[in-house]
Every structure is written in structure tokens, then in C-alpha cells.
Design a binder for this molecule. Sequence first.
Ligand code: DC
Length: 219
Amino acid sequence: MKVYNIAIDGPSGAGKSTVAKILAGRLGIMYLDTGALYRAVGLKAMRCGWDENDEKVAALLEDTDVSVRFENGLQKVYLDGEDVTEAIRLGGVSEYGSRFSALPSVRRALLGMQRKAASEASCVLDGRDIGTCVLPDAEYKFFLTASVDNRAKRRYEELKNKGQSVTLEKVREDIVARDERDTNRPVAPLRKADDAIEINSDDMSADEVAERMIGYIRK
Ligand code: DC
């Protein structure tokens, strides 16, 4: 069967990864969480105290190995050979991921990997620039949104369930700061592709969103 790709872009906490996992499971295709790649670079930057200097980071990336492997259908992320799948979800990694994702050198380094994965097997990719930059010719494109309050509440519950000590106010602040950075960076900013279908998930469960997407895909 022909390889096809589904792009799901949108701001933090809109439910992209939950929906993408359901969709990939229902369609029997792969799911690539592209934010995890930026988080891995962010983790390295955080651990090594990198400056946000594009030239310096370009050189440091020469000695940085970010890769993904699929084990039992689950995406594992490796940084210089270490499994960082859990570590990239902790502490301040979101902020570092967002800050360093604004650098052209970082986006360049991760672009080929995303395109290669998408060309090898049908997959759902979620991120910020999949429909606009990574796969402008993706067969299906969605832009998932929700209000800041709902996104903050969802992210807060998710972090709390993982045992992290956070407050709703801090989570909301972080989301607003990330939206601002991801939307206003000059390279590959978060933006809806002209041909993407926008879905607001405020009053919908993840299953309902996935169902709606499948409806569009089958059409
Ligand atoms: O989806 P996420 O929250 O795990 O992503 C972490 C950061 O990575 C996000 O703040 C912006 C960046 N990112 C990006 O710039 N482009 C993507 N395709 C995916 C994520």
C-alpha cells in the first residue's frame, strides 16, 4: 500500500499526542512525536549549559546524536546512545526544547530525520511545523487547538498523574510563554497550513477528535 502521512500541528497541550496515538492505532500506522526530538536537544542544552548561539550550537550538534527507535510500537528517544524517553518529560526540559527549537541549526539537524521516517512508512506526525515545513505535501493535515485554560488544565493533570509537583498557575504561565516563543520565532513558526483542517478540542474528548479526523480521512 502507498505510504501516506497525517500531519497534526498545534500549540502545547491541545491534545495532539493523545489524538495522534489513537489515530495511529486505529489506522495501524506509525506515530512520530517530533516534539520529543526537540526535547532531546533541549535536554542536552540544559545538561551542558549551551548558549542559544546558532553558530556554536551548529558545531555542538555535530557531536550530538538524537535518534528514535520503535520498541513494541512505542517511540523511544535516544540522546548520544542514552534512552532519554522519560528524562525529556521532566523539569525544565519543555522550556529548553522550545528555546533551542527556535535556532535554525537545530531545525536543520532534525528535519532530515523526520522526512526520512515519513517516507519509509505511513505515519502520523505531530508537532508545530509538520504541515507547513516538514511535509508540506502530506496527504492529510490537521491543526488542533483549544483555549489556554483548557490546555493548561490538561497539562497540569498529566504532570500531576506522573507525580510531578506543579501548580496550575505555573503550568499556565509556561504554556503561554511557549505559545509566544513557538509562534513568533522567525524559522518554521507554529502556524496553521493553509490547507489544514482546524479542529478545536475544547468540548471534545480525544476519541471524538480522532473520530472526526478519521471521518475526514475516509472522505
Ligand atoms: O510537542 P512538545 O511540547 O513535546 O514540543 C516541545 C517543543 O519543541 C515545543 O515547545 C516547540 C518545539 N517543536 C517544534 O518547534 N517543532 C515541532 N515540530 C515539534 C516541537
